[in-house]
Design a protein around this ligand. Sequence first.
Ligand code: SAM
Length: 281
Amino acid sequence: MAAIDGLKPLRDVIRDHELVAKKSLGQNFLLDLNLTAKIARAAGDLTGADVLEVGPGPGGLTRGLLAEGARRVLAVEKDSRCLPALAEIAAHYPGRLEVINGDALEVDVRAHLTPPIKIAANLPYNVGTELLVRWLTPPDWPPFWESLTLMFQKEVAERIVAKPGTNHYGRLALLAQWRAEARIVMVLPPEAFTPAPKVHSAVVHLKALPEPRFPADARTLERIVAAGFNQRRKMLRASLKGVHPRIEELLLKAGIPPTERAEQVSLEQFCHLARLVKAAA
Ligand code: SAM
């Protein structure tokens, strides 16, 4: 394996620090530094940007991000066993790596970051979707980040980029595509990880749009989408009954047949309906 930074190969790091992978922390490590550098490049030009990384583990992606020129990396890692390995990387890149030992769902990272900010992570499966939804639904838009470059189970990645009329289309696709440009940039087989997970993985790149693709009140849109997809086999006139007493009339006004199912409705139509519901509230 070609060295990207003159530090120890990751297999040696894992051996020296006895980092036996823990399933409970979603630990599937990337040990190929050429691959982690490639993922870092998928995040775009990192020079001049602060990068937030969740779950650096032994530091494969962290090293990729630093070698690709990130101004600073802020890495939040729950497993304190990884700290000595990360300290070796920090010593190699003075002043460019800050590590917080904590739970990414609880740590307030904003005070540690200076714009422009990008987020890049090989996310722990158990908290990946929760973090993505949080990053996509801040109270104000644009968000604190410019782009997200995130590894997910391939099935989750497909749900993020899904189009109407497909099996994977749902709340995650609408949330992501309303305010960001989302695409799958890489698909990885289980063998790319140690230990190998059961499924394929994929890297999704999401670029924050300066403003939402179509105007709509965020809360109203989220309420409609959640209700529509909670009962995705039902016709909208039934699944959206609780959203507004005159929902059939509003659906027709938005150009959506009330007998349609949520999975057939485009983002633009959902936004139109959200505007009508908000105005009729
Ligand atoms: N980035 C490393 C790589 O690519 O090899 C490790 C990725 S591994 C899939 C996920 C990492 O997230 C693990 O290091 C795990 O300890 C960490 N982790 C799990 N839950 C976390 C949480 N709630 N907050 C921060 N880190 C977490």
